[in-house]
Design a protein around this ligand. Structure first.
Ligand code: 7TS
Length: 406
């Protein structure tokens, strides 16, 4: 993995006179030259609008946009391009399901099951739609070490549960949830399963068919791709029955206002859910990112991150005033470590590290309920990706040691 570092121009940067150490990968990842070049090439040579017009540039842009979709379909082993809708990211993908599917399928007395470890984007869209439709949200418990209480989750699935929503990997603790087990419990009770894959799709091989997911949401910018593009996978028969999310060009087959009445018929999947000009260069960049990850090998990406996490956890244990949250058994998680330094706010901790060129996240990482459970107002967080190294962790541990002495 060390050799890959040269593909990332930003890693050559110095911040405050120190070599950049980027440990905020759960927020967004850095981009390799291959992704930057693919986007530049698109704008330099192929820019046009998609699915409209017969000219060469429109045809090239359409081809490139759709190649990005095909690549994403293969990456998660969806059955066809009908099942992959481009969105702005995970947040928009979950909102799409909450509004389109929720508007049609949730009614008074129905239940949506989420967990206390969700990112706000897998809570708030459900709260909004549930309030307007009179449905109820139930929250499954999380254990003190950040792992899911599966028994509680399963006991909360009732005949009224319509959809179970769960993050595959927690963005706070890095805990990997058994989505296959939870999905089976949902399906056995006639409910659907939505998986928030923002923190899993970038880090491990995902097979939506093997995991029997009904919906999977993910973001391109967390997997070496550009910001502004992400995707919603949905099983075709479910997407087929859902009404459009937004109206506009692209998503429509025919619009007629003859006789004073507007009649519309919708485009086929996936276009029914892609109103307006899409993020064409985003699809180009996402494809380059997926190709890059595939060449690196998703198994290697995950094992590298686990190795770094184990090493960092060991180094952090040596310190007296540092508390690490989440499971101590590193096999249950991937490359995210939340921590707190005694008597120091997470923002001060992150600012201290910034002085040395080390980028950490601080705050509650859009997952306030989990922080409430940990009785924390905030935490500092280090999160790793394929280009991080043990030497960087040594430096991080050294600075953490300095901080502890203050
Ligand atoms: N779900 C999870 C589990 C996430 O970690 C995030 C972003 C999202 C959804 C939303 O993704 P978006 O691309 O639509 O914004 N998580 C974080 C984070 O941990 N720090 O910054 C963003």
């Amino acid at each position: 993995m060390q050799a890959l570092r040269q593909d990332f121009p930003i890693l050559q940067r110095k911040i405050n006179g120190y070599p950049l150490i980027y440990f905020d990968n759960a927020a967004t990842t850095q981009k390799p030259r291959q992704v930057i070049d693919a986007i530049t090439d698109y704008y330099m040579n192929h820019n046009g609008n998609v699915h409209r017009g017969v000219h060469t540039l429109s045809a090239e842009a359409t081809d490139l946009y759709e190649r990005g979709r095909e690549c994403a379909v293969e990456f998660i082993n969806a059955k066809s391009t009908h099942e992959l809708i481009f969105t702005r990211g995970t947040t928009e993908a979950i909102n799409l399901v909450a509004y389109s599917w929720g508007m049609q399928n949730l009614n008074r007395g129905d239940e949506v099951l989420v967990t206390l470890m969700e990112h706000h984007s897998n809570i708030v869209p459900w709260e909004l739609i549930a309030r307007s439709k009179g449905a109820t949200i139930k929250y499954a418990r999380v254990n003190g070490d950040g792992t899911l209480d599966y028994e509680d989750y399963e006991s909360k699935i009732t005949k009224n549960t319509k959809i179970c929503c769960l993050s595959h990997v927690s963005n706070v603790t890095g805990v990997i949830n058994d989505v296959k087990r939870v999905g089976k419990a949902a399906h056995d009770n006639g409910a659907l399963m939505l998986v928030d894959g923002a923190q899993s799709v970038p880090h491990m091989k995902i097979d939506v068919q093997d995991l029997d997911m009904d919906f999977l949401a993910f973001s391109g910018h967390k997997m070496l791709g550009p910001t502004g593009i992400g995707a919603l996978f949905g099983k075709e028969d479910i997407l087929e029955k859902m009404p459009p999310f937004q109206g506009g060009g692209e998503m429509i087959r025919e619009v007629s206002v003859a006789g004073g009445n507007c009649s519309v018929s919708y485009n086929e999947l996936p276009y029914k859910f892609e109103a307006g000009t899409p993020d064409i260069s985003g699809s180009v960049g996402l494809r380059a990112a997926i190709k890059y990850l595939e060449a690196a090998g998703m198994d290697k990406v995950l094992s590298h991150e686990k190795e770094l996490t184990e090493y960092a956890a060991k180094r952090m244990k040596e310190l007296q005033k540092v508390t690490v949250y989440g499971p101590s058994d590193v096999s249950k998680k991937c490359g995210i470590i939340p921590f707190a330094v005694k008597s120091m706010s997470s923002h001060d901790t992150a600012l201290f590290f910034d002085n040395y060129g080390i980028m950490l996240r601080s705050g509650y990482h859009c997952a306030q309920p989990l922080h409430e459970l940990f009785k924390l107002t905030s935490s500092a967080r280090a999160s790793f990706y394929l280009y991080n190294t043990k030497e960087e962790i040594d430096r991080f541990a050294e600075i953490l040691g300095e901080l502890e002495k203050l």
